[in-house]
Design a binder for this molecule. Structure first.
Ligand code: HEM
Length: 127
């Protein structure tokens, strides 16, 4: 697949679909997602989630007016997540960014992914 050199909703949907397909299949991460959204990435809940996450990233990276949710709050119902599991999230997310975007853009996603993951990990520990 040719690497994308700009960010838009269409290629963000590709990034998200590819990332969550791997996350669902992952031994450590999979159950958190399948418990909430099921194991069929084409179902209605997953389509909604992927759309929401495209909005999230459009807002966080391009500063678009697309996401005003509370992403930390949305994870409160999840159980305590081990540090290694966050590490796995970052690993899969980074790997997928490299498969979808040219180096400079992939790097931005990777940095943001690490930053949000740390933020979320610190909150998760206190719950
Ligand atoms: C081990 C790490 C993680 C796990 C297991 C996890 C799991 C989940 C689950 C189960 C949901 C809720 C789905 C639903 O019920 O609708 C969710 C929502 C979400 N996650 Fe994560 N997540 C993780 C890390 C992250 C990180 C690092 C980010 C940010 C880069 C992120 C961004 C989001 C966003 C934006 C939502 C939607 C929030 C909303 O409803 O507005 N997640 N996540």
């Amino acid at each position: 697949m040719e690497l994308h050199n700009s960010i838009n909703r269409e290629n963000l949907t590709i990034l998200m679909t590819s990332f969550y397909t791997k996350a669902i299949a992952d031994e450590d991460l999979g159950h958190y997602f399948t418990h909430e959204l099921g194991d069929d990435i084409t179902n209605e809940d997953w389509i909604h989630h992927i759309d929401l996450l495209a909005d999230f990233w459009l807002a966080k990276i391009l500063g678009e007016d697309t996401y005003y949710g509370n992403f930390i709050g949305a994870h409160v119902k999840l159980p305590i997540i081990k540090k290694e599991t966050f590490g796995r999230w970052v690993e899969l997310f980074s790997e997928t960014a490299d498969e979808v975007y040219v180096k400079d853009i992939a790097e931005v996603f990777k940095q943001k992914g690490i930053q949000f993951s740390k933020e979320f990990m610190n909150t998760n520990k206190k719950i």
